[in-house]
Design a protein around this ligand. Structure first.
Ligand SMILES: Nc1nc2c(ncn2[C@@H]2O[C@H](COP(=O)(O)OP(=O)(O)OP(=O)(O)O)[C@@H](O)[C@H]2O)c(=O)[nH]1
Ligand SMILES: [Mg+2]
Length: 408
């Protein structure tokens, strides 16, 4: 756990123990705590031989999953020392010091957990899942993975019909965080089929994945691991750099979102949680507060009204101009508007009670919107839009007549 996460985790724990959240948020708080306490779970899955182990080795910058490891589930996690635990068919566990060794794998192993001391693994785990057997068995593996994975990296050379069928059962919230990785890009390029495949997959990718990354993994490994220095040109041209950065970004985004939500829950329902678990060092007074406000309060209010007016029209826009707007898009825009509004209102000086009321309502709305965003459904989108409209009315009532006339 990083130092930034620790205090939030302790505060969340304390608030949950004291049952400071209303019942409907208690469960969400527990889930957030669970997320923050463990690394992001990255599942690397695909059909046999699709390049999963090689990809994990590339991500870790060294060969940790040896060639010829046939165990269907291999987890790479952080631990105090390098060791491997094999889970056998009969439920027994066998622990060995050192890494995975293809020559020493017990014949009846169904799962292996490799612990390494690499610090990066405190942020995310990698779990290789080989989709072996018939369609039914593959489907049950996918159903199992979606119960715990935060991000799925699906390795494939072509993503054919059977794979698309398996992927269809993955819930949208995981699809939104998942990557389709076209492995063996070097071979596909030599055969002259790479570009065609990428284009053919484009509609599927835009609907079903966060993005597609073609990669020549072996070359990416050479670029990253041969010699002391990274071969930057090869790291880029192999597709390694782009995938690596995108995956790390996604891992960090997930962490930041969990942290933001935890902080928000704490601010809203347990503002004293910090005092209970540690002495909080008071923040130095902000330079902003010491400066006189650059704008008059009336000007800030009128800017706020203008912001709400100009963004209202964009709220229900749809991407291609057709169909209904998706609740998650509306919610995302509402959060953006509420946050911008709250920031804009902070520009006003203090001392005006009626303005302070709007400032605190806007701040509270921004926080509520983020909570609505967690629900992602139509009701939440309607609630978020209603909240914005209420704010608009509240602000409009406070903007002086002449400012309103100028705005038209
Ligand atoms: N040319 C080329 N070969 C690759 C690439 N990625 C993996 N390979 C090779 O493809 C073979 C299979 O790769 P693995 O990473 O073992 O595939 P896997 O999906 O883990 O396989 P299983 O665990 O057996 O299902 C290995 O011989 C790799 O060296 C690539 O991008 N280009
Ligand atoms: Mg493998």
């Amino acid at each position: 756990m990083t130092s930034q996460i620790e205090p939030v985790v302790r505060q969340l724990q304390a608030a949950l123990e004291r049952r400071q959240f209303p019942t409907e948020w208690q469960q969400w708080g527990t889930r957030l705590l669970d997320h923050l306490c463990k690394p992001v779970q990255v599942a690397v899955m695909g059909l046999p031989g699709s390049g999963k182990s090689t990809l994990i080795n590339m991500m870790l910058g060294r060969s940790v999953v040896p060639r010829g490891s046939w165990i269907p589930v291999v987890e790479i996690a952080h631990g105090p020392q390098e060791r491997t635990t094999y889970e056998l068919e009969d439920g027994q566990c066998l622990r060995c010091a050192g890494g995975l060794d293809a020559a020493q794998m017990p014949e009846n192993a169904i799962r292996a957990r490799l612990e390494l001391t690499d610090p990066g693994l405190t942020r995310q785990n990698f779990v290789e899942i080989g989709l072996q057997g018939g369609f039914g068995h593959q489907m049950s593996m996918v159903n199992w993975v979606v119960q715990w994975a935060d991000i799925i990296v699906w390795c494939t050379e072509a993503f054919e019909e059977g794979e698309a069928k398996l992927w269809a059962s993955v819930p949208d919230e995981i699809k939104d965080h998942s990557f389709l990785v076209l492995t063996m890009a070097d071979r596909q390029m030599m055969r002259g089929v790479l570009q065609e495949r990428i284009e053919a997959l484009e509609p599927v990718v835009s609907e079903e994945f966060l993005a597609l990354y073609p990669i020549a993994t072996e070359q990416a490994i050479t670029a990253r691991c041969a010699g002391q220095d990274l071969n930057e040109a090869m790291w880029k041209s192999s597709g390694g750099m782009e995938l690596f950065e995108a995956l790390m970004r996604q891992v960090n985004n997930g962490r930041t979102a969990d942290m933001d939500q935890a902080r928000m829950l704490l601010n809203r329902f347990a503002p004293d949680a910090g005092d209970l678990v540690e002495t909080v060092v008071p923040e130095p007074p902000r330079a902003k507060a010491a400066k006189p406000a650059a704008k008059s309060n009336d000007e800030v209010l009128s800017d706020a009204l203008e912001l709400l007016r100009s963004s209202a029209g964009k709220l229900l826009e749809v991407q291609d101009g057709q169909g209904e707007p998706r609740p998650e898009d509306v919610l995302e825009k509402c959060v953006g508007i509420a946050t911008a509004l709250s920031e804009l209102l902070q520009q006003a000086g203090s001392g005006d009670l009626s303005l302070e009321e709007v400032q605190s309502d806007a701040q509270e709305s921004a926080e509520m919107m983020m909570l609505f965003q967690l629900e992602k459904d139509e009701d939440a989108a309607v609630d978020a839009v209603t909240l914005l409209l209420q704010l608009k009315k509240e602000i409009a009532d406070k903007v002086p007549e002449e400012e309103r006339r100028i705005q038209g």
